[in-house]
Write a protein that binds this ligand. Structure first.
Ligand SMILES: [Zn+2]
Length: 452
């Protein structure tokens, strides 16, 4: 496949290019400046007009409030974060979103009404081509701007390119690359690094940052400080009037809580909705705060009184009317096939009420290639011995789907239509045919919470 150059080798706008000494073993390159705590926000003006740029209309609980290209952009930026963004597990194209491991996190400050000037931290599209796919305007110390060339080719907001001969470029992967520039990285000399200058995979290969990219962001912002404040989760208390943030290392008296606004902002506004001067309790592990007016779905973060790189917490997904989603939980030992393999049930798409289904897969099963397996759904956990191994699901049981791949293992779409309520939990287990005496094997089970 033809390699595509992502962005110009060095922008005319670039400040002094700072190359590390050749004696260093690192291969990433930096511009020589970085983003302080006043520049950790970003906004999006989604002007993509291509046929495949806004096709993903399944809400993602780790990125509340965003669909289409906006969702892809947020995921690309979240990959640079200090730790997994929310569950970190909602992108099937990679193990975890949030792989930076440094004192750097970027905060989604909502939509912008305009593309803004070169220092307003706004991502938008631009007409024309410029011989590249996208570019980042630097120097960054006082802010940046990222433009995607809207018309240079088709853009894709999903994991797989659409069929029918089209080969649109991946918004999320190119965003991950461009945001590397925004946080201070120049192109890397390491083939395969996200900050390498080319992609051979329509940009999907760039979604996941690599060791060289991690070395780069950690060089700029430092390895994650053990005392950097950390949001683990949140919930609503006091009859829903207070947001309770749970984590570690919050300031005793003067935390500033950041929220995403519920409406687009203009270029000059401070887009972040702030709740200043909030104390913590329980040794800096709990913050309770009334959610301010004008807050929408997006992110929350906790800023400490200082201004060092680690004085901002990780950025955590937030929905003003919904508590965090729990990813599917595997439980119960998988059965063992007559070939000695574990029969494992897993998941590969969101259990979304909007989508109406979840993709499950079974691996390690099926020595009788011409037969199909089954997916069963229950309403609770159980432990019951059967000739096929342990049944881990109970309550109201139903046979929900057939495994239809020829080898009896593979991906199956489980219809959620019977229980589309957000927050409902399904208990799911697979049975696959097997050449052993029992004729079949049961997998482990999954507890699945249906999300938006
Ligand atoms: Zn580039």
């Amino acid at each position: 496949m033809q390699a595509n150059r992502i962005c110009p080798p060095l922008l005319a706008l670039a400040g002094a290019l700072f190359l590390l000494s050749p004696a260093e073993t690192r291969s990433f390159n930096v511009y020589g400046d970085m983003l302080d705590l006043t520049q950790r926000d970003f906004r999006i003006l989604n002007g993509f007009t291509g046929a495949f740029a806004n096709t993903n209309q399944v809400p993602d609980p780790d990125f509340p409030g965003s669909l289409g290209a906006e969702l892809a952009i947020r995921k690309g930026i979240a990959e640079w974060g200090s730790r997994p963004h929310g569950s970190g597990l909602t992108d099937p194209s990679q193990d975890v979103l949030g792989s930076g491991g440094s004192n750097f996190d970027a905060f989604f400050a909502g939509r912008s009404l305009v593309a803004g000037g070169p220092n307003r931290n706004i991502i938008s599209v631009i007409a024309g081509s410029g011989g590249a796919l996208a570019f980042t305007e630097i120097p960054i110390a006082d802010g940046w701007r990222i433009r995607f060339y809207n018309n240079v080719r088709d853009w894709n907001d999903r994991v797989a390119p659409p069929l029918l001969g089209s080969s649109p470029m991946d918004i999320q992967g190119i965003m991950t690359h461009e945001f590397g520039h925004a946080l201070g990285l120049d192109h890397s000399a390491v083939p395969g690094a996200t900050m390498d200058q080319v992609t051979a995979d329509l940009g999907i290969d760039l979604r996941s940052i690599e060791q060289d990219d991690q070395d780069g962001v950690q060089f700029l912002y430092g390895l994650t400080d053990p005392l950097k404040p950390r949001i683990d989760t949140y919930r609503f208390v006091a009859n829903g009037t207070l947001l309770r943030i749970e984590g570690e290392h919050f300031d005793a008296t003067h935390n500033e809580i950041w929220f995403t606004p519920d409406a687009p902002t203009d270029a000059m506004a401070d887009p972040i909705v702030r709740a200043p001067g909030i104390a913590s309790t329980a040794g800096g592990t709990v913050i309770e705060v009334a959610v301010p007016q004008g807050v929408g779905p997006g992110d929350i973060a906790v800023k400490m009184p200082g201004s060092g790189p680690s004085d901002l917490s990780n950025v955590y997904p937030f929905h003003p009317t919904r508590e965090p989603w729990t990813p599917p939980i595997a439980y119960g030992a998988p059965g063992v096939s007559s070939m000695g393999t574990d029969v494992v049930l897993g998941w590969s798409s969101l259990p979304s009420a909007t989508a109406g289904s979840i993709d499950l897969f079974v691996s390690g099963g099926g020595t009788l290639g011409f037969r199909t397996g089954l997916i069963a759904v229950g309403t609770g956990r159980a432990t019951a011995a059967t000739p096929f191994g342990t049944l881990h699901i109970g309550g109201n049981l139903r046979r929900a789907a057939l495994l239809t791949t020829l080898d009896g293992s593979g991906i199956v779409s489980l219809d959620l239509a019977a229980t589309p309520l957000i927050g409902t939990r399904l208990f799911v287990q697979a049975w696959v045919p097997d050449g052993g005496p029992s004729g079949g094997v049961l997998s482990n089970a999954l507890e699945i919470e249906i999300t938006e």
